[in-house]
Design a protein around this ligand. Structure first.
Ligand SMILES: C[S@@+](CC[C@H](N)C(=O)[O-])C[C@H]1O[C@@H](n2cnc3c(N)ncnc32)[C@H](O)[C@@H]1O
Length: 335
């Protein structure tokens, strides 16, 4: 039985042809093209490969293989929902999201990894869909969900370029730390943007071209000195995460087979082209503006000027290195 999928049956679509999906206990069949998708350990395997023109680079399989070996960010031994809540609340970002996403809405996390955020957001009364290409990550996510009876969360294997949902199905789509590991981040963004309802939100986290410079430098040092001097990374010398998480962090940050870097101006253009208004950013897009402790994440802020972006992004060289130079931007789909 797939209760989460059954309860939300109307929003699913075949990733191959867009047809309606028919569910049985052990498999899912498309009513349009008759393709059958298996279900493993309660996870519908709805991955569909990219069908890009010949010659276009596609890192999907390479990235999938990497994360199958290194499921990110992993659970580090904690098993109970109380531990998850405690950890998530330490990170102001997850806590703010949880406090500010309304109840009774559908939220999609594309590239959920091991599903901490999806599981955490599903503790409260909202319906969450955690999706990823990596089956080992999804298995860890599903195990945690099952152990803690988080029935409002469902995990699905999905390639974000070939969505398994109908357009305009979600009030919020989250895609944090994912698109920069694909061959075509902008078309990945466009694919996800279609899934947002009018008036709904998209939240994108990407490596910043400037903010990532310190990580790039450390990567070079690690390469030259055969992975010695790991203490140069603040997370690796910190005491707040265990050895497993440190190893996974090291692999994700320094041994990843594919990553790209982006700028605030670029994402503003993506928003414009896909019909989104800029709402908020972490860090803020205007220079000298601080992110408040009680920040309203979904309240509209000015998008800043080129000079603002330059100042904020060069500031990230010094301030953003613990997070690997990640920046987040939130947009709202025009009604
Ligand atoms: C750095 S992890 C981020 C995980 C999670 N969002 C987080 O912030 O902890 C990147 C994730 O993106 C997933 N991913 C990469 N390409 C993808 C694609 N085409 N479709 C879906 N997920 C993808 C990887 O499998 C991996 O789990």
């Amino acid at each position: 039985m797939l209760p989460h999928m059954l309860e939300n049956k109307e929003i699913f679509a075949c990733p191959g042809c867009g047809g309606d999906l028919q569910l049985s206990d052990s498999s899912i069949t498309c009513g349009g093209c008759s393709h059958t998708f298996p279900v493993e350990h309660g996870i519908p395997l709805l991955f569909w490969p990219n069908e890009w023109e010949a010659g276009k680079t596609d890192v999907t399989h390479e990235i999938k293989a990497f994360y199958e070996e290194n499921p990110f960010p992993n659970y580090d031994g904690f098993e109970r929902v109380g531990d998850l809540v405690q950890k998530a609340e330490k990170s102001g970002f997850a806590r703010m999201l949880n406090e500010q996403i309304p109840f009774n809405v559908r939220v999609l996390e594309a590239g959920c990894g091991t599903g901490q955020l999806s599981n955490y957001l599903g503790v409260a009364h909202r319906v969450v869909f955690g999706t990823d290409i990596c089956l080992n990550s999804l298995r860890l996510a599903q195990q945690f969900k099952e152990k803690n009876d988080l029935n409002r969360v469902g995990f699905y294997q999905m390639n974000l370029f070939r969505p398994i949902f109908k357009p305009e199905s979600f009030s919020l789509v989250i895609c944090n730390g994912v698109l920069h590991h694909t061959s075509d981040p902008f078309s990945g963004f466009q694919s996800l943007a279609k899934l947002v309802k009018k008036g709904g939100y998209i939240l994108i986290g990407l490596y910043n071209r400037y903010g990532r410079l310190v990580t790039d430098l450390r990567r070079l040092i690690f390469r030259i000195f055969s992975d010695r001097f790991k203490f140069l990374d603040p997370r690796l010398r910190g005491k707040d995460i265990g050895d497993l998480k440190k190893t996974i962090w090291f692999m994700d940050q320094y041994k990843n087979p594919s990553e790209s870097k982006h700028t605030m101006g670029e994402v503003l253009r993506w928003f414009g082209e896909a019909g989104f208004d800029f709402v908020n950013g972490i860090p803020k897009l205007t220079a000298f503006s601080r992110f408040a402790e009680k920040e309203k994440l979904f309240r509209q802020n000015p998008p800043g000027s080129r000079l603002d972006h330059f100042l904020v992004q060069t500031g990230m060289i010094f301030s953003g290195s613990k997070e690997g130079g990640l920046f987040v931007m939130i947009g709202r789909k025009k009604s």
